[in-house]
Design a protein around this ligand. Structure first.
Ligand code: F6P
Length: 500
């Protein structure tokens, strides 16, 4: 058996949590903080690269104990071991789930080493200009053509690591909207552009349509032979790549044991690797590996992804929260929520359990958000005074990369103020105008990076990947398939054939 198949609601811990919730429902965090002077210290966790303050949650130590008991009773330890050991935990697709093997330099598969080496050589030649375009000019622009995991991860990481970027301009074409394609083509010169077609399956309608249009546009200006210098591909489907006219030496392999939404660590990250250089890309992998080690070896009560996953289950299943907000207080992470939405919602948006039974509890919440402070001037009103309970993750970097201290002080002050305002509200103040009352008692996590670097970003992303894993494992669902995307694709094809 690859993964345990325990309905969490049948466990003793779930009943205990239900009973505990009845008591906790009315407990105010304002009171908990007043009574527990060491609450913040007790409910904080520091790892090498990411720290978590989870004290501003509607929990006590007993809640954590009960949630950890739930994780134990649903055999999360076995699930974690099964994943890292390469068991076929994606049973519905008969696949292993080994994105963690892409970043473990202590025991790397030879095919991963070979592909990383290919990425290293190739990105170096692009960056130093030794790889020439068809008129002998160096490459200045890279266009990544892919969608979903073949776009969101690399696009987000490239944006997040702008500070570490070289001279190359990197563009992302994802939507099959031809206007989007034309707008990107307006910005580039075929003589100096490299196109990276990224598709795990190489069958995705949007990507193949976009790649074909781009190829046509390119051939209006260059000869067929030039394709070799300007088009490369990343895929598991090598025959399809070859029939697109891409040379074997410009084909970067990925594997079925890497899910699309977890693939930014593979050659899917080639655009990022070109943009920030191989050594920074390797740092990203190293940072993720540090988080993998933390996740694999830490006690559940001191395990960052485990705590985050369990807290999420606490809110969605007991408080009946339907959404979770994520607010990174760094503009570099402006694409982070889009990426996280796929990682989380494509994984845990399921309603049939691992025994094939229809589920009668809550699985994956809606994930949404935007960067702070922009969010404060847009939707944060609803978090403070709306009727919905929305647990929120705040992500903060202690130092600014450009050293603009006056800005950074304001940014940090705003982030901390929001967590404090959500917690305290106007508690203890004598306010006669009911419209100006803030109830407080709104839960949040504060995640802190010392500074945004390839390494710390890697750790942050791996942390969320494992949080998603914990949710899926405990909730007895298969997190690594995505059959829910298929019906719409079929129907779109029907519409297409009836239209033309
Ligand atoms: O349709 C959903 C999906 O399969 C995602 O899971 C995936 O990331 C995306 O499409 C793109 O798939 P591919 O890389 O095979 O083109």
């Amino acid at each position: 058996m690859a993964l345990p198949k325990i309905n969490p609601t049948t466990t003793k811990s779930w009943s205990n949590l239900q009973e505990h919730f009845t008591a906790m429902e009315t407990v105010k965090m304002q009171t908990l903080f007043a009574n527990e002077t060491d609450r913040k210290e007790r409910m904080s966790l520091t790892t090498d690269l990411v720290s978590l303050d989870f004290s501003k949650n509607r929990i006590t130590s007993q809640t954590i104990d009960l949630l950890v008991a739930l994780a134990k009773e649903t055999k999360l330890d076995k699930a974690i071991a099964a994943q890292f050991n390469g068991a076929v935990i994606n049973e519905t697709e008969n696949r292993q789930v080994l994105h963690t093997a892409l970043r473990d330099f202590t025991a790397m598969k030879p095919e991963v080493v070979a592909t990383l080496d290919q990425m290293k050589q190739f990105s170096q030649a692009i960056i130093d200009g030794s790889h020439k375009g068809y008129t002998g000019k160096a490459i200045t622009d890279i266009v990544n053509i892919g969608i979903g995991g073949s776009d969101l991860g690399p696009a987000m990481v490239t944006e997040a690591l702008t500070y570490y970027k070289n001279h190359l301009n990197v563009h992302y074409i994802s939507n099959v909207d031809g206007d989007h394609v034309c707008e990107i083509l307006k910005k580039i010169d075929p003589q100096t552009t490299l196109f990276i077609i990224v598709s795990k399956t190489f069958t995705t309608q949007e990507t193949l349509t976009n790649a074909t249009s781009v190829r046509k546009w390119f051939l209006q200006q260059a000869g067929e032979k030039a394709i070799a210098q300007h088009f490369v591909a990343v895929s598991t489907n090598l025959p399809a790549v070859a029939s697109f006219g891409i040379l074997p030496q410009h084909t970067f392999t990925m594997w079925n044991w890497v899910g699309g939404r977890f693939s930014l660590w593979s050659a899917v990250g080639l655009s990022t690797c070109c943009a920030i250089g191989y050594s920074n890309f390797e740092q990203l992998l190293q940072g993720a590996h540090k988080m993998d080690c933390h996740f694999k070896t830490s006690e559940f009560s001191h395990n960052l992804p485990v705590l985050l996953g369990l807290l999420s289950i606490w809110y969605t299943n007991f408080f009946k929260a339907e959404t979770e907000a994520v607010l990174p207080y760094t503009q570099y992470l402006s694409k982070f929520v889009d990426y996280l939405q796929q990682a989380s919602m494509e994984s845990n948006g399921k309603s049939v359990d691992r025994n094939g039974a229809t589920i009668a509890y809550q699985t994956g919440p809606v994930v949404w958000g935007n960067t702070g402070t922009n969010a404060q001037h847009a939707f944060i009103q609803l978090l403070h005074q709306g009727t919905l309970l929305i647990p929120t993750d705040f992500i903060l970097c202690e130092t600014s990369l450009h050293g603009k201290e006056n800005h950074h002080d304001i940014l940090v002050a705003n982030c901390l103020a929001q967590t404090q305002a959500l917690l305290m509200g106007t508690h203890g103040e004598d306010i006669s105008n009911p419209y100006k009352v803030f109830q407080g008692n709104k839960p949040s996590n504060l995640l802190t990076l010392q500074k945004l670097s390839p390494e710390s970003l890697g750790a942050l992303l791996a942390m969320y990947e494992h949080k998603i894993f914990v949710q899926g494992a405990v909730l007895n669902i298969y997190s690594f398939d995505q059959f829910g995307v298929e019906l719409g694709k079929k129907m779109a094809n029907k519409h297409l054939s009836s239209q033309f």
